[in-house]
Design a protein around this ligand. Structure first.
Ligand SMILES: [Zn+2]
Length: 186
């Protein structure tokens, strides 16, 4: 059993975000912070202040969920908030971010396992299949761009050391486990 800690009502917002239709959600995206030692609070403060995405800051933290290196899970946003994490996919994608620097070393096993369990629970909640789970770098229009007939990779997110096919197998295994992914809201 993993406990999901809901901090969505206490994380900072810079202004009211746009709403989205929860019925249109069909994609789950794995991200990383790509920063050393950033926790969910530092990430939320960065996203809602002037940053690389917008001089006015984003309305909210970019990610709906956050996974610490030790596997601690946070819910950061309600699902009907359209946060800014994957450009043209923001209406339809839930973002799950690992606090991970995207270095040569893979994320800790416990962090990946927790992310896989959480995403398995989301796949079940939204009635998706595991092939709707992507790494940010796999999404066209934000992670990869089509330019002059070539696919150009813009992002390594969630880190070149994260094998997304292996990660999808972990999500599938979490779903198939007796009792399921075992994530409960604290
Ligand atoms: Zn990302």
């Amino acid at each position: 059993m993993r406990w999901l800690h809901d901090i969505s009502e206490v994380l900072p917002w810079s202004r009211d975000p746009e709403a989205r239709d929860v019925g249109g959600i069909d994609t789950v995206v794995l991200h990383c912070t790509a920063m050393p030692d950033w926790n969910v609070w530092e990430t939320a403060r960065y996203h809602t202040g002037a940053n690389h995405i917008s001089p006015d800051g984003c309305p909210t933290i970019a990610y709906a969920y956050f996974v610490e290196p030790d596997g601690l899970l946070y819910r950061c946003l309600p699902h009907d908030v359209r946060s800014w994490h994957v450009g043209p996919w923001n209406d339809r994608a839930i973002g799950v971010c690992m606090a991970y620097e995207a270095c040569d070393d893979a994320p800790p096993d416990e962090q990946l396992a927790a992310a896989a369990d959480l995403i398995g629970a989301l796949v079940l909640e939204f009635g998706l299949s595991v092939d709707r789970v992507f790494g940010h770098r796999e999404l066209e229009g934000t992670g990869v761009m089509a330019e002059e007939g070539y696919m150009i990779r813009r992002k390594e997110c969630p880190g070149a050391a994260v094998d997304m096919d292996r990660f999808r197998r972990m999500v599938a295994a979490a779903i198939e486990r007796p009792g399921g992914p075992g994530v409960r809201t604290a």
